[in-house]
Design a protein around this ligand. Structure first.
Ligand SMILES: Cc1cc2nc3c(=O)[nH]c(=O)nc-3n(C[C@H](O)[C@H](O)[C@H](O)COP(=O)(O)O)c2cc1C
Length: 314
């Protein structure tokens, strides 16, 4: 049985996180992942606090296992979201797009573990110093907002520089990625794109189908000049974003073009003009599966792979 320090820290069976995904990971997906032995995470995105409270309560109705909430820290009303999470009580908070430092003590006082998503070693060290319980090192292969480093280069450098558990994210969707992450020094993995193409994910079927049909070069990075690059599946919208880059457009134009596009992907299934965020690993995902099948298959195959691999060591 493959166990790791992260399982003990959070009280989960398998060291597999489902990444918090705005508009894509609601209570239904999160509770299914937690019920299957991983850590399900509700992506709060830009939800108003009362909606987040509802989502947490629904997750609690659907699982008695630990689950988490992902918070985007740059929001103007972040303190209200933090208070909502604390008053409802969840096991874990993962944080993106900002400095989790000022919130860590408050979460700890409420018995909530804090696991920031980090794209670089410097922030990893800062977050460890500030009291983070573990870190998610996310490489630029990921779907959604990304940093500069690849998972392959980021994870070992973070693991070497901190003493807390590191979860590898970005470009992992099967046992090969899981085993590689362990080799790089990770204590577990976080997957986003793989979990979008599951039965329990409530995004529009068109988005799931685009992931299933994608090949290795079907994603592209848009929005670089804004300082907030995003990896998405190529479509008419991504082309429009790239055209803005070509004409050195004002940042305002990017913001205007982006309004409502994630909702258009998740709810309307607008495969031409929706922001179909997805990681580069989409090309390996060939069918929609249940969350339980995804998790059990990856656990079993990783264990088999490691056992067979060890036979080469004489
Ligand atoms: C549609 C989508 C939305 C995402 N939204 C968020 C988010 O709101 N907050 C966050 O920290 N990460 C977000 N991510 C990143 C995921 O949590 C996860 O780290 C990433 O998807 C892992 O890489 P993979 O897609 O290659 O599996 C998002 C990813 C996707 C695909």
């Amino acid at each position: 049985m493959l166990k790791s320090p992260i399982c003990e820290l959070i009280g989960i069976q398998y060291p597999i996180f489902q990444g918090g995904m705005a508009w894509a990971s609601d209570y239904n997906l999160a509770s299914a992942v937690s019920n299957a032995g991983g850590l399900g995470i509700i992506g709060a995105g830009q939800m108003p606090p009362d909606l987040l409270v509802k989502q947490i309560r629904l997750a609690k109705e659907n699982t008695d296992k630990p689950f988490g909430v992902n918070l985007i820290l740059y929001l103007s009303y972040i303190n209200e979201l933090v208070d909502a999470v604390i008053s409802e009580g969840v096991s874990v908070v993962t944080t993106g797009a900002g400095n989790a430092g000022p919130f860590i003590k408050k979460f700890h006082d409420a018995g909530i573990k804090v696991i920031p998503v980090i794209p670089a070693v410097a922030l990893a060290k800062r977050m460890e110093k500030a009291g983070a319980d573990a870190l998610i090192a996310e490489g630029m292969e990921s779907g959604g907002h990304i940093g500069e480093s690849t998972t392959m280069t980021l994870v070992p450098q973070v693991a070497e520089n901190v003493g807390i558990p590191v979860i590898a994210a970005g470009g992992i969707a099967d046992f090969r990625g899981f085993a590689a992450a362990l080799c790089l020094g990770a204590s577990g993995i976080q997957m986003g794109t793989r979990f979008i193409a599951t039965k329990e994910c409530n995004v529009h079927q068109n988005w799931k189908n685009m992931i299933i049909k994608a090949s290795d070069r079907d994603t592209v990075i848009t929005g670089r000049p804004t300082g907030h690059p995003v990896r998405v599946l190529k479509n008419k919208l991504s082309k429009q974003f790239l055209e803005l880059e070509e004409k050195c457009a004002d940042i305002k134009e990017y913001e205007e073009l982006g309004i409502g596009k994630l909702k258009a992907a998740a709810i309307d299934g607008d495969s031409e003009y929706g922001s179909m965020m997805s990681g580069q690993i989409a090309g390996i995902i060939k069918e929609e599966k249940s969350v339980k099948d995804v998790i059990e298959e990856i656990m079993q195959q990783t264990e088999d792979f490691i056992n067979n691999f060890l036979k080469f060591v004489l």
